[in-house]
Write a protein that binds this ligand. Structure first.
Ligand SMILES: [Zn+2]
Length: 323
């Protein structure tokens, strides 16, 4: 039997350069191999799971012998109802994965020569697929917990006498949110968005398994964790590392998210904050994985992820609302 495509050297070193040199047929075969990896790249009916399918010589569609459903290589994935060529979709994934600080829709639209709207939705679909991998994540061993605030920026007035004290609640916009990260040392991360750190304690208890050693800073929100875990604290106003108590890996996650905010998106807040937070967790967790494997993981996540309810027909719906 031929070697499994995803285990081949060719797959592990897939890059943007290789994708753009592919012929249409090669891009289609690579896409099929990723989509139906568990069946050696052969079509599987998305409706009933049957591998008995009719293929057509002239058209790139399949028909299930069992339930008679007709489907294509993108049916029931985030790329259903696509307008882009298969090769461009693969290129989009490669470009997106390569952005260590994230990838803005504007840059993606320039690189792919597509509309901003198309790139915007595509990037969010990829974020959603990456984020979906975190759904059932549990953490254990040595786990760091930390929070950082994003959004709700209030621009200072020009004249000094008009400026307000932005530290006071009445002078804030109410849009500030805290991203709380729970991160296994040398392992996986899980971020979520809250209004304040203390609201995240329930999430931490549900995600972090009993018997875990938890590391946190001196913020009083984390006092509640002492009852559930062996909790070690570090007072950042005194030092950043107290014996083995530190939150350096959580901090390194935040520095990536902050760089994405400042360097790539300029503003990440509100309803998309959690999507960016999860994308950055994916990037941080997979930072030592080779570029080709990152590409395959992101592509595999995207092709294994069902049609996004949030992003399907997004601009059409928006247009309907604004008319
Ligand atoms: Zn079927």
């Amino acid at each position: 039997m031929a070697q499994h495509f995803l285990l081949s050297k060719q797959a592990r070193t897939l890059s943007l350069a290789k994708v753009i040199r592919m012929s249409d047929a090669e891009a289609y075969e690579a896409f099929k191999a990723i989509r139906w990896a568990e069946n050696n790249g052969e079509a599987v009916c998305p409706r009933c799971g049957s591998v008995e399918v009719y293929t057509y010589a002239a058209r790139k569609i399949f028909k299930c012998k069992g339930c008679e459903a007709q489907f294509s290589v993108t049916t029931a994935t985030i790329f259903a109802s696509r307008k882009m060529s298969i090769r461009n979709l693969l290129a989009a994934i490669a470009i997106f994965v390569n952005g260590a600080k994230g990838m803005s829709a504007l840059q993606l639209s320039r690189d792919l020569d597509c509309q901003y709207k198309t790139a915007f939705v595509l990037a969010h679909k990829l974020r959603e697929a990456m984020g979906a991998e975190l759904k059932d994540r549990k953490l254990s061993g040595h786990v760091e917990v930390d929070g950082a605030y994003f959004g709700g920026y209030v621009k200072p007035e020009n004249r000094k006498e008009d400026r307000k004290d932005r530290r006071l609640k009445e002078n804030q916009t109410g849009k500030r949110r805290v991203v709380v990260i729970v991160r296994e040392r040398g392992g996986k991360s899980y971020p979520e968005v809250f209004r304040s750190e203390d609201q995240s304690v329930e999430m931490i208890r549900s995600r972090v398994e009993a018997g875990t050693t938890v590391y946190a800073d001196e913020a009083s929100s984390w006092d509640a964790l002492h009852g559930s875990y062996d909790t070690k604290r570090v007072n950042h106003s005194i030092n950043f590392k107290d014996e083995d108590a530190c939150t350096n890996q959580a901090e390194s996650y935040f520095s990536r998210l902050r760089r994405a905010e400042i360097g790539t998106h300029h503003l990440i807040s509100g309803r998309y904050l959690v999507a960016y937070a999860r994308e950055m967790a994916w990037r941080e967790d997979n930072r030592r994985v080779s570029n080709g494997e990152q590409f395959l993981m992101a592509a595999g996540a995207a092709l294994g992820h069902p049609v996004s309810r949030q992003w399907k027909g997004y601009w059409q719906r928006r247009a309907a609302f604004t008319i």
